[in-house]
Design a protein around this ligand. Sequence first.
Ligand code: MLT
Length: 331
Amino acid sequence: NIRKTVLMPVLAAASLMMAAPATMAATFKMAIGDAAGGTQWELGTSFAKSFSDKTGGKHKVDLFPNGQLGDEQDTVNNAGMGVLDFSIVAINNITPFSPTVGVLTLPYVIQSAEEAKLLTQGDIGKELVENTIRDAGVRIIGWSYSGFRVLTNSKRPIKTLNDLKGVVIRVPKNEIMIATYQAWGINPTPMAWSETFTALQQRVVDGQDNPYITVSAMKFNEVQKYITNIRYLFSLEPLIVSEQVFQSQKPDVQQAILEAGREATEHSYRFLLESEEKIRADLAAKGMEISDPADGEKEWIEKATTAVWPKFHKSIGGKDKLDAALKALGR
Ligand code: MLT
């Protein structure tokens, strides 16, 4: 039957063309501000593995640590514009693009890793995810719980606010952190993360703050001598995906991204609990001198909360937002 032999292949080809195209294999890029081996790296590698497993190896994520794809704040911008797929940045480098996230960076709001988890995974965290999509075009799909930012410097042991006078401290370009040091009586130096190691090394600045695990991953012990265990800011480091990139994926891939983000978040929490103390001991063994604020941090807490909180009520979306966070934490 000539009709059948000629038409069948044509019809088969047409129906193939009409069927939904199979998901194309893709390799995504992920920017990481820190060096390999830190909390960002743990979150990123855990995500990349889960995501690849969930897509049967079809999709891959290549990680670019050490700020190779730009400074952290630039990567937020690039992901927002859809020219970068994923990035992991410290929360304080998202706040400039989406100020309501600032409720998580007000000094002394979060007082433990459990509280960090509670806020980010509860209703407040969900609202911030929506706000960040709206304001910055990036979707937070996972969190690294990176520990409290401790103060390091090369000049002297700092135990009181008086000891801080005359010490030049680098901070991220973040209004809340700048205001906190101002409340403590000094004017800090705002500087991009990617410039920080060299600035410490060349003594352009004397100190900075970041969690133990980050201090170690960045080898700051080579250029810093003293650590003060302040607990003003619990470091959260969100994993973001470009909302444009996310929306252009098929539902099964979107699902894999979200699930891998949740799994990586759990991994990050375990990693913190398992490694922070070991890394603290290792930094001490390498010669860093570690001390606590002399008064149990009383003066630091009082100065920062009274001066800084009211100043940022407006930018975080109203005092109600801070009250809701404190209420969620049972305070
Ligand atoms: C910063 O200090 O800019 C960040 O906390 C750096 C980081 O992402 O580790």
